[in-house]
Design a binder for this molecule. Sequence first.
Ligand code: F6P
Length: 440
Amino acid sequence: MCRKAAWAELTARVTSVVDVQSKMRGFYIIISYVQKQSCIRCRKRTGADTAFLLAHSRGLLYNYKMGILYTDVNHLRKERPRMRRIGMLTSGGDCQSLNATMRGVAKSLYNMFDDVEIVGFEEGYKGLMYADYQILKPSDFSGILTRGGTILGTSRQPFKLMREPDENGLDKVEAMKHTYRKLRLECLVILGGNGSQKTANLLREEGLNIVSLPKTIDNDLWGTDMTFGFESAVNVATNAIDCIHTTAASHGRVFIVEIMGHKVGWLTLHAGIAGGADIILLPEIPYDLNVVCDALKKRSAAGKKFSILAVAEGAISKEDAALSKKELKEKKKNSIYPSIAYEIGAKISEKTGQEVRVTVPGHMQRGGEPCPYDRVLSTRLGAEAAKLIRDGEYGNMVVVRDGEITKIPLSETAGKLKYVDPKSSIIEEAKLVGISFGDE
Ligand code: F6P
């Protein structure tokens, strides 16, 4: 068969590149019909301009006729499309469900593409800055659905210091961009809380392809109904209150359980309600100590032998809420108490004469395994992140809204916190069952 005849036969039969690759040796091969417009070398979709496509491929496509672009099989073999590389990092305070989320992303990517490689950066943005990374294998994501912590490690790299050089004068943002480009990443998947989302948005503004995922036990990211890690932390904090319940009942004491959350009180609110706390103090609802003490006295007068307070790390009195940021900082610096729970405890004891004990579960709340709710949520969020990567929908954070997994532009959500609304129905309902928020 002459070359011309072979070509004619080929063009009549062939429907895709894969088809030709497997059957032909040494003949011309169709790369793309002009209408399809996708370059074999970099897989970029181009416009309808054939000349551009030819120039773009710089010699790989060396001829075209009848609206068909083609090269030969040998050339194609040498010029195999490069691996699709996705970077991944976990940033900020950890939570129970980071591994489950990374697994969700990775498994979906491996199922979607044959040619995907995941690059894991160690200790969050630090790994991206200093090019500390590992090439992850599918087996790295096996068996981690139930494992707390993060297989990549994490660190806090404050957003406000991102534009400041490190101790050796390194421009952190430029360094991160350099690593991204050097590794020829197609996209960077960032799992993080509020500060990390701000940096994710900064990198997006700097031209990197970013998909982010909402991590935090605080559930304080604006734009999503739920963050992964929150429900697992609620379980731990509730369990702490449950344990306190029996001992509080035996001794007839006032117990204060301090729950994580400096700026928002979701965790304290949910654990407080779930654990049957009598008083819940949140950053969003400044308390009056007299109101708190009155609530305690009322309980004693009603024959209740003990009381439990769920107090957020960031709970604030009405007087302190009236101070300026600077004054409050100064006051906290000079405080003799290790934390707010101890301060409230000392003042309650002084005012009511009741015996008070303070419990701080602390980082236990971020530890242990993810609860089933988080495992499901993480898997769903992870799969959606992979979909966004597949579809090239970068610059988004994956979120959950009304039970559906969807996305929100980072430009819209980064840097915004979701607070507990003191006028929301959950607060009203909690008050109806007799919980005091120390405000009225
Ligand atoms: O942001 C998550 C969180 O656990 C907060 O609830 C808590 O206040 C803070 O991190 C503790 O941070 P670190 O682990 O750096 O002490």
